[in-house]
Design a protein around this ligand. Sequence first.
Ligand SMILES: [Zn+2]
Length: 351
Amino acid sequence: MSTTQAVQKALGPFPKLPSPSVIKEFKDWVAETGQPDKWKWHDHSTPPKDHDYDELVKFEIPDKKRADVGLACCPICSPNKGKYFKGVLAWFPAEGVIRAIGHECAEKHFGTLRFNRARAIRKHRQRVDAARDFLFNHLPTISALRQKVETHVSTSEDIDRIRHVIRGTVTKAACLKLAKLGQRGPLLLQESTEIEVTDHNGISRTEVTSQVVGSVNVDGLGFLSRQFLTAAQARNTAQALMLVRALNEDEALTFICDTLSNDDHLFQADKLARAAVDEADKLWDTIAEAKAFLHPDNLMKLTEWSNDFRSGSPFLFEFRREHPARFGVRKRGKGIAKTRYIPIPQKLRSQ
Ligand SMILES: [Zn+2]
C-alpha cells in the first residue's frame, strides 16, 4: 500500500467539502428529530485541537423538540452528557469527517485564530451562496422588468400630474393634513357636545367634548403626501436596470459560474441587481398606492366622508359612479369655491 493510499484510507467519508445536499440533509434531520448528535454522519470522537476546520452551518434544536430530546452531546466538551441547544456543523478536512459541535466551547478548544477562521469561512460561503441564488433567480427577470418599467413611464407621469392638480386646487398643506389624518387608522366622524358644568364654587362654565360617531377606512392616502415624483422614480428604476445584465437562465448560470468566479465581481453584480430589483419594487408600490387611492370605492368613501360636516376634512371630494373617469376636489368652507374635475386615465382605473 502506498503512502497516498494509506492517507486516503485514513480519511473519513468527507475528504472534500461536503455538498449543499449533505448540509440540507443535516438541517432536515435536526428539524425532524432535534438530535444533531444522532445524525448518521456525525463523528463522535473529540476533534484534534490543532487542526483547521470549517463551519458549515449554524443550527439549533427546535423549541418544540427541546422538552422531549433535551440537550445534545458535544464531542469537544461533553461527549456523553447533554450540553447544548445551539451548535454548528463543522467539517474537519484533515480527518475527512463532520461533527456537530456546541458553539460555546469551540473557541477555547481550537484557539481564537482557528475559531475565527472557521466562522469567517462560513460567513463568506453564505454570502457567496446568497449572491449566486439572488442573481440566478433575478437575472432572467431583468429583461421583462425593463419592459414593464418602460410601459409604466406614462402612468407615472399621470400619477404626478393628478397629485399636482389636487395640490394646486386645495393646497399642498391640505393634502398633507388629510394624509396625516389617515396615517394612524380610519378617518373619523366626530360630534362635539357642549355641556354646562358647575364647579364646587358654584361657578358654571361650558365644556366641549367630542365623541367619535363613525369611521371609514380608506386606502392610498400616502399618494397625497409623496414628496418625490413618480416619473423620477421610474427613470431611476430604468437606469438601475440598465446596469444589470439581462440574461436567460442558461446564460445566467454561465455568467455566474464563469464570469463571476471572482467573489468581488460576484458581490458587485449582486449589489447592482438587488438595487435594481428594490427600485422596481418601490415603483410598483407607488403605482399600486395611486391606484388604490383612485379606486371607485375609495373615492366614493372619501366623497361621503369629506362632505359630512363631522369629518373636519381639510378639503372635499366629489365622485359619482355614473362618471367613473373623473373625480373632483374642492376647497373647504367658502361656498364660492369651485370644484376642479380631474380625469382618471384608463391605466389608473381599477375595473
Ligand atoms: Zn462543547
